[in-house]
Design a protein around this ligand. Sequence first.
Ligand SMILES: Nc1ncnc2c1ncn2[C@@H]1O[C@H](COP(=O)(O)OP(=O)(O)OP(=O)(O)O)[C@@H](O)[C@H]1O
Length: 268
Amino acid sequence: MIIEMENVSFIREDRVILDRIHWKVQENEQWVILGLNGSGKTSLLNIVLGYEYPSKGEVSVLGHRFGKTNLPELRKHIGFVSSTFERFQPTLESETVEEVVVSGKFASIGLYEPVTDEDQEQAEQWMDLFRIGHLKGKAYRTLSQGEKRKVLLARALMAKPKLLILDEPTVGLDMLTREELLALIKDVIATKICHVLYVTHYVEEIIEEMTHVLLLKDGKIVAAGPKEKLLTDDYLSETFQMVLHVRWEHNRPWISIKNIPTLQRLGK
Ligand SMILES: Nc1ncnc2c1ncn2[C@@H]1O[C@H](COP(=O)(O)OP(=O)(O)OP(=O)(O)O)[C@@H](O)[C@H]1O
């Protein structure tokens, strides 16, 4: 089992942020989490990463049961790429692209160890696969957002994670760069080195290789399961609180809004 949550609630300042979550991610499943702003996606990820502790319920990730496990040890096996990289950026700014990629081997461990020839080779392989080899020697801070995102994805893979969490990785990218990043994610899934957990606001980013979706609304699961059953007009309309229509093209779901809510109806 990759992730198991039983009756998990997360309560802060008397507010129920996650409400009785039951969720299982099994081997060979690649999950997407969908939900409006404030629906609880980040809180759920923070629990998976062990940065937040649930108020109730049981959590186990990669076979480590929370409360009985060493979280830093578990985090060595989880890669994390987010559209808000502030947590990492100050230390990365002055480094070169290859230094940033290779440092991924130690990022989650937080230890300094000498870089071996093997590490260097591994970093080269990821840079080649991600077609960012031409950026070698450049300072990370000078890269475009799309280039930075690819570098950080390669960096996350250096630690050979068993679970790779991608938190809105396409935010701020143009359509072409977004498709390039999605193609890289497809390649990563094909390598079978890790499970991907993908958080997004954009349903059309659910590429063919993603198998399951978890729909969150106000901290509750609307539905969780195989994407073909759940990416329907009814489920998505309930999750996003608008009348939506989904159509499938190139084995990906695309959304249109059937009745555009007015500001008045939105209560603004
Ligand atoms: N530690 C906390 N203390 C108090 N409130 C919190 C805490 N963490 C999250 N919340 C609240 O819980 C709700 C869910 O937040 P969360 O960040 O998980 O949503 P989200 O689905 O990730 O939203 P977004 O798509 O905007 O990132 C929000 O209203 C947020 O203000």
